[in-house]
Design a protein around this ligand. Structure first.
Ligand SMILES: C[S@@+](CC[C@H](N)C(=O)[O-])C[C@H]1O[C@@H](n2cnc3c(N)ncnc32)[C@H](O)[C@@H]1O
Length: 341
């Protein structure tokens, strides 16, 4: 199973790096920075926690979970109605439809039921650009992401995913405030803290500064079973682990094509890696029209032409691996519990 939608910083892709450090059992699961809830999916499939508390400061998104939990029928009715109006349209008309619905969601929502509003937002998130959640002044400070590729074939959302979430959420407490209001010290709990990366105001419309991170790490340090995930973009996190253990791992994002990852993280343009500069790949060296002096080398991804002929730039399908050295992520984890192996 998978998250309901793509979410910046979603952790589906990195769960495998966390697996060796998962606790063997716990009573209550807390996920205070929920977003798309990738870890929740794993936890619900692997453990049977007695209690679950999920939270995110984004009330509109948490409202989607609330409505799927309690009003699935009405939620799906609205979603299906939008889907059936949208699918038969041409691309241009789909675009117009998307912006019309986005406009209504921005300005008319007060006349709507919470279920209607949540289903409308969910539709927009499924058809919007790259799963990015953007707030915009033009849209009343509400969801304002541009339209996506608008190329859905026969469905906008996956019915099985929706029904998995409906069932999984039945005994879950769903909150939408600051993380601190969703947790208490708990020796029988497992806490997964995945706060925003330090420079990610643009990703969620809210910042998470160093003071907030310090408070969070102080709280996490007191818990027995705890994960704190973040990206080591600079050295701020060095020496912040308190008594927790640290596990580092690298993730490579292809920045050149700004490829969308499984969980929708769109790789940010990072600094050029000087190690790559001025080193065209072998194929490019044989390829006369290629500008060998260009600072950005390319890496041949797929050469679909005659393998005995040197590829020419105009002919071959190549991709520029511009500037994406691996990004280091880390996981702080509490150590006073048996791990699941
Ligand atoms: C890195 S994302 C979490 C991604 C999530 N683990 C997933 O798999 O999709 C961080 C989340 O923290 C939320 N957030 C930001 N500030 C917060 C706060 N003070 N309290 C609770 N949530 C907050 C953002 O809305 C965002 O969804």
């Amino acid at each position: 199973m998978k998250p309901l939608f793509i979410w910046a910083g979603g952790k589906t892709r990195v769960l495998k790096h966390y697996a060796p450090f998962m606790p063997s059992s716990f009573e209550t699961y807390y996920e205070p920075f929920f977003g798309g809830g990738a870890m929740f999916v794993h936890v619900m499939n692997t453990y049977q926690p007695k209690n679950v508390v999920i939270n995110d400061i984004n009330d509109d998104v948490m409202n989607i979970y609330r409505e799927i939990k309690t009003n699935l029928g009405e939620f799906q009715q609205r979603l299906d109605s939008l889907e059936s109006q949208y699918l038969p349209l041409s691309k241009d008309d789909r675009k117009k439809f998307y912006f019309d619905i986005r406009h209504l969601h921005a300005w008319d929502y007060q006349e709507w039921s919470k279920t209607f509003e949540a289903a409308t937002l969910y539709f927009l998130m499924k058809t919007g650009f790259n799963g990015i959640y953007q707030l915009n002044k033009n849209t009343n400070g509400r969801y304002g992401t541009p339209s996506g590729l608008l190329n859905q074939k026969d469905k906008v959302y996956d019915r099985n995913v929706l029904s998995w979430w409906h069932n999984a959420l039945q005994n879950v407490t769903i909150l939408s405030g600051d993380w601190k209001d969703s947790v208490n010290d708990d020796d029988n709990g497992f806490f997964f803290f995945d706060p925003p990366y330090r420079d990610s105001f643009a990703d969620y419309g809210n910042g998470f500064g160093d003071d907030a991170l310090t408070d969070l790490l102080d709280f996490a340090d007191k818990q027995k079973r705890v994960f704190v995930a973040n990206r080591a973009d600079d050295d701020w996190f060095e020496d912040q682990s308190r008594s927790m253990n640290v596990h580092y791992f690298d993730i490579t994002y292809t920045a050149g094509r700004r490829r969308r990852t499984e969980d929708g993280f769109v790789a940010k343009k990072s600094k050029r890696n000087p190690a790559f500069q001025d080193r065209p790949c072998d194929s490019c060296l044989k390829c006369p029209p290629f500008d060998h002096s260009a600072p950005i080398p390319c890496i041949l991804k797929k050469w679909r032409g005659d393998p005995t002929q040197p590829p020419r730039e105009a002919q071959h399908k190549w991709d520029r691996q511009t500037d994406s050295p691996p990004l280091t992520h880390f996981l702080y984890y509490g150590n006073s519990f048996p791990h699941r192996h």
